[in-house]
Write a protein that binds this ligand. Structure first.
Ligand code: NAD
Length: 542
């Protein structure tokens, strides 16, 4: 039940630690990296609060050193997935009945652990398992704590919204959790997203079956263990790494699936949406489908753009975390008049980026997540190399012998619709179209329509009228829009994140827009002095 007697103050974002040479956090992290690199963690399923060990396991390796095994992860099959659904449904009533402030305390405690003693554990596992540099891991883990703190606060703000009451009548809105369980399916690229997908519904009183990405299983498992340690009751979140097809077959098709919370590729979300549509008459409720999906994020420069921040935004926006942020810049539109100066800077910057082992803290880029991603990047690079329409401004090489390394690659395309300008690649490859200065309107129209996605986008210009024109032209091309800034780096509570078109349902993770999807309002009217009358006064003849 919601309970508004205990109010909490609006949280602040967790400040990032610096990891400067000589700092205590740097020393602690290095020690933790060495500890985690030296062990092979056995990851069980966690169903109904119990560890479940299965025969089928997969090896988790470091993307930047793919023979180095850091974990062995159990995989759920039909039996375990059905048990996970049963465990979630069995936990539902008690979890829903737990007073809101006690539910919230579990997540607030977890947030304090994440920003305190557990930070190094999650940072190190994110670095080693997902090949993030220290800063990329730090912003990921800080975001996880932000999701928890802002999630609890947003829940409180939702519960506070109550209808009008009049004399003798009390109207209440009871924000019930959904009538069933939530299926949360998360991607590899953010530990924070993995954590948030089952937790946001749990904050609103729901129970869930959580399928993490196999390539993020280590950090996600550490988070699950933390929630248990903080007092999350058995069965509220059930952790079940498994094949995607199995989660579809045994969990998404279940009649009591009341919501699906997803982040990942557009193709997977569309396949689930179709499956839910085909099964719609078998569900107890209309399942809520919330999905944040692919992107083809852009930076669009005007002839008046300030060149140095523009080049920096392309480099950081395209190559941090190997271009595997959903918000990563993967296409840019640059006017001819400034291209020579921009090109010179891009070449210089790209040549200076260190690609390698993320445990060496001067590394700028690690490896892409796995062999499949490496092959995808290789394919785009090879086809660009063979195309008369493409030339390399930087990079264009790869080496998968030790780690899945793809050099930061900048492709100049003669046409704004060549494949690397419009398809999501999800790797360290950015394509650039140089447009004639006189063709601003036409090029804006191409940017808006050439790709089906609408996640993030940035414009660079000094001229205010140009900014107004560009913002208007690209209003539906991005859910998160940046003016004179890179298109990545959204912060919970500051830039609510999500996109529309093929990029998702745009429910803005970490905000009330997302949290409200996990409740089904129940309206209660109570009359204090109920009337006994049948006839109305106007019916009188006198
Ligand atoms: P993915 O779609 O390959 O996998 C996401 C999850 O879906 C994984 O857990 C995977 O095992 C599971 N899955 C695979 N097949 C399935 C099926 N048939 N049924 C159910 N689940 C299935 O995505 P990924 O490679 O982990 O992540 C990269 C993608 O995520 C990119 O497209 C990126 O743009 C997107 N992403 C979007 C956002 C956003 O906010 N819009 C944020 C992060 C990532």
């Amino acid at each position: 039940m919601s309970n508004a007697y205990f109010t909490i103050a609006k949280p602040a974002n967790d400040p990032f630690l610096g990891y400067l040479p000589g700092s205590p956090e740097r020393a602690a992290l290095k020690e933790e990296l060495a500890r985690q690199a030296a062990e092979v963690v056995k990851i069980p399923l966690i169903i109904g609060g119990r560890e479940v060990w299965t025969e089928e396991t997969i090896q988790i390796t470091m993307p930047h050193d793919h023979r180095h095994v850091i974990a062995q992860c159990c995989m759920a099959g039909e039996k375990e997935l059905k048990e996970a659904v049963d465990a979630a449904l069995a936990a539902r009533d008690a979890w829903e009945a737990m007073p809101w402030e006690h539910r919230s305390a579990i997540f607030l405690k977890a947030a304090d652990m994440i920003t305190g003693p557990y930070r190094k554990v999650l940072n190190a596992s994110t670095m080693l398992g997902q090949s993030k540099t220290v800063f990329q891991a730090e912003i990921d883990i800080a975001e996880l704590a932000d999701f928890l703190r802002f999630g609890v606060w947003e829940a409180q703000e939702i519960f506070k919204k109550q209808p009008e009451s009049v004399d003798g009548i009390w109207n209440r809105q009871d924000y019930r959790p959904l009538d069933g369980f939530i299926c949360a399916v998360s991607p590899f690229n953010f530990t924070s997203i993995g954590g948030n997908l089952p937790t946001a519904p749990a904050i609103m009183g729901n129970v869930s079956v959580w399928k993490p990405s196999r390539t993020a299983a280590l950090s996600n498992y550490y988070y699950m263990k933390l929630l248990q340690w903080c007092g999350l009751p058995a069965g509220v979140i059930n952790f079940v790494p498994c094949a995607g097809s199995d989660i579809s077959r045994y969990v998404i098709s279940h009649p009591k699936m009341a919501g699906f919370h997803f982040t990942g590729s557009t193709a997977v979300f569309q396949s689930v949406w179709k499956q839910v549509g085909e099964n719609i008459s078998s569900y107890a409720n209309y399942p809520r489908l919330v999905g944040e999906t692919g992107g083809k994020d852009f930076i669009f420069a005007h002839p008046t753009a300030d060149i140095e921040p523009l080049a920096a935004a392309i480099i950081r926006g395209s190559f941090e975390f190997q271009g595997q942020k959903c918000s990563a810049c993967s296409r840019a539109f640059i006017p001819e008049s400034i291209w020579p100066a921009v090109e010179k800077l891009l070449k210089e910057h790209a040549a200076g980026l260190k690609v390698g082992d993320v445990s060496e803290l001067d590394t700028f880029m690690g490896a892409v997540i796995d062999k499949a991603s490496f092959e995808t990047c290789k394919g785009y690079i090879d086809r660009a190399a063979a195309s008369p329409d493409c030339t390399f401004v930087a990079g264009g090489t790869y080496d998968g012998s030790k780690g899945w390394f793809v050099q930061p690659t900048i492709i100049r395309c003669k046409t704004p619709t060549c494949e690397s300008m419009v398809k999501e690649i999800f790797g360290p490859i950015v394509s650039i179209y140089v447009y004639p200065d006189g063709k601003l309107d036409e090029t804006l129209a191409v940017c808006d329509s050439a790709s089906p996605y609408a996640l993030t986008g940035a414009i660079f210009a000094q001229d205010r009228e140009a900014i107004v024109k560009m913002e208007r032209a690209l209003r539906n091309a991005a859910g998160n829009f940046y003016i004179n800034d890179k298109c990545t780096g959204a912060i919970v509570g500051q830039q609510p994140f999500g996109g529309a078109r093929a990029s998702g349902t745009n429910d803005k993770a970490g905000t009330w827009l997302n949290m409200v999807r996990w409740v089904s309002a129940h309206t209660v009217k109570e009359s204090f002095c109920p009337s006994s009358a049948i006839n109305y006064p106007y019916m009188s003849e006198k």
